[in-house]
Design a protein around this ligand. Structure first.
Ligand code: SF4
Length: 699
């Protein structure tokens, strides 16, 4: 706990953990952080916070932080501490050498959803204008890239449709593939408040679609009206069955659909979902959920008043992640649950700036504002400003970078703020790709697992040490304000700028507000966003432009961003990751409240709440069959690899399903996950892996 004295002054800034984007007052004494106080005027959190944002800050001053640059010729050699000048000239020489030998396309970059909008924008600019290709991707590739595809295709842009306040007017909350209590605690409290209702006024109804009995299903004060505990990997079959009931029982909001959506596509979609093979009865054997429960849930969502859908990575991280997002959008359009308070489709973004990193053009096929790289007019805007020619072909996605590295055509990578070796699937393949690179630049706070293969380490700065903005799950652009001087000497945007200058780019921003000015000038949905406006309003939600000068709490009010909403067919295709005699159980994964992703930050804190361990939840029936008791070590095997983990016997999971978190490196959860991915975006299929477990003596 950070409690080291009486504060002398305070700075309002934004939490760098999850996509809720809570505002905090960082209370300081000199350069020391005394405590983080949830900011009562923060529009996303209204004075509330969770344990991570308030106390998990030990990493900022942890002894493991690397504060000076390091280089080595090859990853097998020891690191050499050098000056910034030497590190940058060494790196620039390697980049030039690689591009001279193998061509421009041999270099690429990965931006971080932990970094600010301005920093992400600069990384994609460095790759496009400096490296001269579109080999730029973001760690959102492995979480919400299907949201980008699905919501863009149906609604015309990739973002949640509502602000958090909207939940107060919701009558039916549908949560699918998300565990807000652990993943988005402050918003979960808002949701629970609405579910509880007020004295004399009933709360909202709740439908939970999740293989696991998450906290929301039953707490002392909240109980789901329907928990559809489907088999992992069957979201599309379930969502299409819900649509089947809505269409065949005459529950479509026809006036909304006629006025707001493409009518021909709707009719084709309605005929498709009405086929008997999509009925709850027909798919019961696939989803494992009784048909009558599905029918009741569909009726409740369609007729219960304002219906809002909230979803998470349990939707996106599947081989049909994009199809599931489309299916969710179809449900909202068919029932008219879009474009006003209380309704909508809301991806609960995992990391603090997933929304922003996607907004800022760090996908290989999109420039800032979700505009396709092949669109001449959009490319020309940036070409004119940057004085370069931009390739109109999309570049490599993250998994393709590893493939190309193994094949020998991709040779150098600048990786900012992501431990790809620990967080991406199929660890063996990732490490083979990283080992094959001639240049791996890791720009991070710590020597993470990925840095084992790096030959340049550029120290990063924490959110406490920088200025900029994060965009939360409700599209709210929040200011991040520098609380203390960067311990490594530079804010991350400055490091990227120095790297750009080292390879000869003309990049000379003196403050992130100037980067935001360039974003506003080139990106219509950010046209009115300035630091002055953010100071005045506290925060704004994009689109923020001439049509919406003070931002947009609700999207798609009169028309969809694409004009008319588009229904798209959602054919269920079973994942190739199947159970069988060797691997008879399905593993799915999630998070706990106190930890964050691979734990690089939360594990580096002194409080005992962070001294937990990853556990494998096993149903009592499956445990008994294998002679496994609570607390035993078990060997967890898939066709990709094996690891050891302690067992927790619980009926939170159904027979045939096991579940674990992935916060500790020792767990090596991604040694188990396979290389299957979403058909449209390559988002890894983390949420369903066929496994076997057996008793073990530990690691
Ligand atoms: Fe930070 Fe999210 Fe917790 Fe808010 S809910 S304090 S943004 S981790």
């Amino acid at each position: 706990v950070i409690e080291i004295g009486t504060p002398e002054h305070s700075v309002v800034t934004t939490c760098a953990y999850c996509g809720v984007g809570c505002s905090f007052k960082a209370e300081m004494r000199g350069e020391e952080l005394v405590r983080m106080v949830p900011y009562k005027d923060g529009k996303a959190n209204r004075g509330h916070s969770c344990v991570k944002g308030r106390f998990a800050l030990g990493y900022a001053t942890h002894k493991d932080r690397i504060l000076g640059p390091m280089i080595r010729d090859h990853y097998t050699q020891p690191w050499k501490e050098v000056s910034w000048e030497e590190a940058l000239s060494f790196t620039a020489a390697k980049i030039n050498d690689i591009q001279a030998k193998y061509g421009k396309g041999a270099m690429g970059g990965i931006s971080s959803s932990r970094c600010t909008n301005e920093e992400v924008y600069l990384v994609q600019k460095l790759v496009r204008a400096g490296f001269g290709n579109n080999n730029i991707d973001t760690c959102a590739r492995v979480c919400h890239s299907p949201t980008g595809y699905g919501l863009n295709s149906t609604f015309g842009t990739s973002a949640g449709t509502q602000d958090f306040d909207s939940v107060e007017d919701t009558d039916v909350i549908l949560v699918i593939g998300a565990n807000p209590t652990d993943g988005h605690p402050v918003f979960a409290s808002r949701m629970k408040k609405r579910l509880r209702g007020k004295p004399g006024e009933p709360g909202a109804k709740l439908i939970v679609i999740d293989p696991r009995r998450i906290d929301l299903v039953k707490t002392p004060h909240v109980k789901a009206d329907h928990h559809l505990a489907l088999t992992p990997g069957t979201n599309v079959a379930m969502l299409t069955a819900l649509a089947h009931v809505i269409v065949t029982e005459g529950l479509v909001n026809e006036s909304f659909v006629r006025e707001r959506c493409e009518w021909d596509e709707f009719q084709e979609w309605a005929a498709f979902v009405a086929e008997d093979r999509h009925s709850p009865e027909a798919v019961e054997a696939i989803t494992g959920v009784p048909a009558e429960d599905v029918r009741k849930a569909a009726r409740l969502y369609a007729t219960g008043g304002n219906g809002a859908i909230y979803y998470g990575l349990g939707v996106t991280e599947h081989s049909q992640g994009s199809t599931s997002v489309i299916a969710i959008a179809n449900l909202a359009m068919a029932t008219g649950n879009i474009g006003r308070r209380g309704v909508g489709v809301n991806p609960l973004r995992g990391q603090n700036n997933v929304q922003g990193s996607c907004d800022m053009g760090s996908f290989p096929h999109e420039l800032p504002g979700y505009r396709h790289i092949s669109t001449d007019a959009v490319r020309e805007t940036f070409e004119e400003l940057w004085g370069v020619t931009i390739d109109k072909e999309p570049g490599l996605r993250i998994p393709n970078m590893f493939d190309a590295a193994v094949e020998g055509t991709f040779k150098g990578l600048y990786c900012q703020g992501e431990d790809i070796l620990q967080s991406d699937p199929d660890t063996k393949h990732v490490s083979a790709g990283l080992a094959a690179l001639e240049l791996l630049i890791v720009h991070d706070l710590f020597l993470n697992e990925t840095a084992n293969y790096a030959n340049v380490f550029l120290p990063g700065s924490t959110f406490l040490e920088k200025n900029g903005t994060f965009t939360n799950a409700e599209r709210r652009i929040n200011r991040v304000r520098k609380v203390m001087a960067p311990k490594n000497g530079y804010e991350d945007w400055q490091v990227t700028q120095m790297l750009a200058q080292a390879i000869g780019m003309d990049m000379n921003y003196s403050h992130p507000s100037e980067i935001m000015a360039e974003i506003s000038a080139t990106t219509p949905s950010f046209a009115n966003v300035t630091y002055d406006l953010l100071e005045e309003k506290g925060s704004v939600q994009w689109p923020c432009n001439e049509a919406h000068p003070e931002g947009s709490p609700i999207m798609h009010v009169d028309t969809f961003m694409r004009g008319k909403g588009k229904f798209i067919m959602t054919e269920y295709v079973a994942t190739d990751e199947r159970t069988g005699p060797r691997f008879p159980l399905l593993l799915t994964t999630g998070r706990i409240l106190s930890q964050y992703n691979v734990g690089a930050q939360t594990r580096r804190t002194g409080n005992v709440v962070w001294h937990d361990e990853d556990l494998l939840e096993i149903h009592p029936h499956d445990a008994e069959q294998r002679g496994v008791r609570d607390g035993d070590w078990v060997k967890l095997q898939s066709r990709a690899g094996e690891t050891s983990i302690k067992a927790k016997i619980t009926d939170r999971v159904a027979p045939g399903v096991v579940y674990t978190t992935f916060h500790h490196p020792m767990t090596q959860a991604n040694v188990i996950t396979t290389d299957f991915s979403d058909w449209a975006t390559n988002c890894p299929e983390y949420k369903v892996t066929a496994v076997q477990i057996s008793p073990s003596n530990g690691p």
